[in-house]
Design a protein around this ligand. Structure first.
Ligand SMILES: C[S@@+](CC[C@H](N)C(=O)[O-])C[C@H]1O[C@@H](n2cnc3c(N)ncnc32)[C@H](O)[C@@H]1O
Length: 207
């Protein structure tokens, strides 16, 4: 029975997946581009072979942050970058829209004994980062999922302190560079730096 004041959830939002919609399955629009079954996906995100092409240490160096920086992350997932960012910043606000991934991130924060990361459950169109707090906001492999990117980026931008920057890393094959530049310009951002050392991804920093 639907709860008072809430419309019953439609069961015809998308056709059944090949395996059929089972009990507890999230419709695709509630999964933010993530697969229904997470185990294999988590292995992929954590794959040690990812280091060779993701080059996390080089990415972090290229961000040129100071130890006193407050960093936001959008589409943080299970924390591949979050836990690394935590070692080089005063505080990290790690936002993701999928509660399942955020739960994994919470477990990892606890297991690592990290005290300077705040996980934030965002909405699809608002990361809910605190206003005017971040010196830098990083998004890795998530931009292509963001709906209506210019208005989304304006919300992300509100979380920046004066002089703050937004760094976007995303796959060539999923995000056209021209679209990224168009969206960011429409959101009032300018390119501050661009790095070409990632073989599969754009890496652009905006201010
Ligand atoms: C490919 S994963 C990347 C995760 C992490 N950044 C990494 O590099 O391992 C993309 C992430 O973006 C998140 N995401 C997708 N759409 C989003 C949205 N509208 N707002 C916030 N996060 C979103 C997904 O839940 C997922 O965690």
């Amino acid at each position: 029975m639907a709860r008072a004041g809430k419309a019953p959830r439609s069961t015809t939002v998308e056709p059944p997946s090949p395996a059929g919609i089972g009990a507890g399955e999230h419709p695709a629009h509630e999964r933010f581009g993530n697969p229904e079954h997470l185990e294999e996906y988590l292995r992929k995100l954590d794959d040690p072979a990812r280091t060779a092409w993701q080059k996390p240490d080089e990415v972090l160096r290229a961000l040129e942050t100071r130890p006193e920086a407050v960093i936001g992350e959008v589409g943080a997932g299970t924390g591949y970058f979050t836990l690394r960012l935590a070692r080089m910043a005063t505080h990290v606000f790690a936002s993701d829209a999928d509660p399942r991934l955020l739960e994994v991130l919470r477990e990892r924060i606890a297991a690592a004994g990290v005290r300077n990361v705040t996980p934030v459950l965002g909405l699809a169109d608002d990361p809910f980062l605190p206003s005017a707090r971040c010196d830098l906001i990083l998004s890795v492999n998530a931009y292509h999922h963001f709906p209506e990117a210019p208005s989304y980026l304006r919300r992300v931008r509100r979380a920046l302190r004066p002089g703050g920057r937004i760094a976007v890393v995303d796959f060539h094959e999923k995000l056209e560079r021209a679209r990224l530049l168009r969206d960011t310009e429409a959101a009032g951002l300018c390119v501050a730096a661009e790095h070409g050392f990632l073989p599969q991804q754009h890496f652009v920093i905006f201010h």
